[in-house]
Write a protein that binds this ligand. Structure first.
Ligand SMILES: [Zn+2]
Length: 213
C-alpha cells in the first residue's frame, strides 16, 4: 500500500472505531505495513476521532522514526512485535472494546466453541496476563500468541487484532466485540449452548483454508 493511501486508511479506520465505541479519546492505536521493514502508525496521545493522514508516523521495524511530524504511539512495541514475528502481517489494530475488555477484566476468555463466524474469522482469543501499557513486558507476554492467533485480549486493558490488511484487522476487532456482546447476552439469559467438537472442527478447517497471515 502506498504511504499516502495507508495514511488516509488509518485516519478513516480510527474514526470508524471511535464511532463504533471501540475506542474513546486518545485510546487505541493502529498501524499498516508499508514494506518489509517499515510501517505507518498512529501518533501518540491524540484524539483518534480527529486524526488526519498528515498525523501518521513512519517507523522502521527496529522502532526508529523515519518520517512524520509526530511521535509514534506509546504502544508501538506491541505493533512491531506482530510485524517482526509474523512476516505476512499487514496491519495491527489495538482498541479498548468495552464488552470484550469486560471479559478480560473478569478473567473470562471468549468461548471458542459457541459462534460459527467467530471460529472462522478469529479462532480462540486468549487473555494475555497483565503488564503495564507501553512496556516491553507487555510485548514479551503478547509475542508468543502472535504466530497461531488472530487476536488477543489484554488483561485489565483491551484487545489487539492483526491480519493481512487493515480491513481484516478491523473486521476482527469489530467481530471480537460483537461476539463478546452476544456471549454476554447468552450468559444473562442463563444458558450457553456449545457447538459439538465435530461442528467446531469443520469450521476450523474453513479457517485454515482461508489462512492469511
Ligand atoms: Zn491500550
Amino acid at each position: 500500500m502506498r504511504a499516502r493511501d495507508a495514511a488516509r486508511a488509518l485516519a478513516l479506520t480510527a474514526r470508524r472505531l471511535w464511532e463504533a465505541g471501540l475506542i474513546a479519546g486518545a485510546d487505541g492505536n493502529l498501524s499498516v505495513r508499508l514494506g518489509p521493514d517499515r510501517i505507518l502508525v498512529t501518533p501518540r496521545g491524540m484524539l483518534k476521532s480527529e486524526l488526519t493522514a498528515a498525523d501518521m508516523v513512519e517507523v522502521a521495524l527496529d522502532g526508529r522514526h523515519r518520517r512524520g511530524f509526530r511521535r509514534a504511539s506509546s504502544e508501538l512495541d506491541l505493533h512491531l512485535r506482530a510485524y517482526r514475528r509474523r512476516p505476512s502481517c499487514g496491519a495491527v489494530v489495538h482498541a479498548h472494546p468495552p464488552t470484550a475488555t469486560g471479559f478480560a477484566v473478569a478473567g473470562i476468555p471468549l468461548d471458542a466453541d459457541v459462534l460459527a463466524e467467530t471460529i472462522i474469522l478469529l479462532g480462540p482469543v486468549p487473555i494475555v496476563p497483565y503488564a503495564q501499557t507501553g512496556t516491553r513486558a507487555l510485548g514479551d507476554l503478547v509475542e508468543p500468541y502472535i504466530p497461531d492467533h488472530h487476536g488477543v485480549l489484554l488483561a485489565q486493558h483491551g484487545a489487539v487484532t492483526w491480519g493481512p490488511d487493515l480491513a481484516m484487522a478491523r473486521i476482527r476487532m469489530e467481530s471480537l466485540e460483537h461476539a463478546a456482546r452476544i456471549l454476554l447476552a447468552a450468559r444473562h439469559l442463563g444458558r450457553v449452548r456449545r457447538l459439538t467438537r465435530r461442528q467446531v472442527a469443520a469450521l476450523e478447517l474453513l479457517r485454515e483454508r482461508n489462512r492469511d497471515g
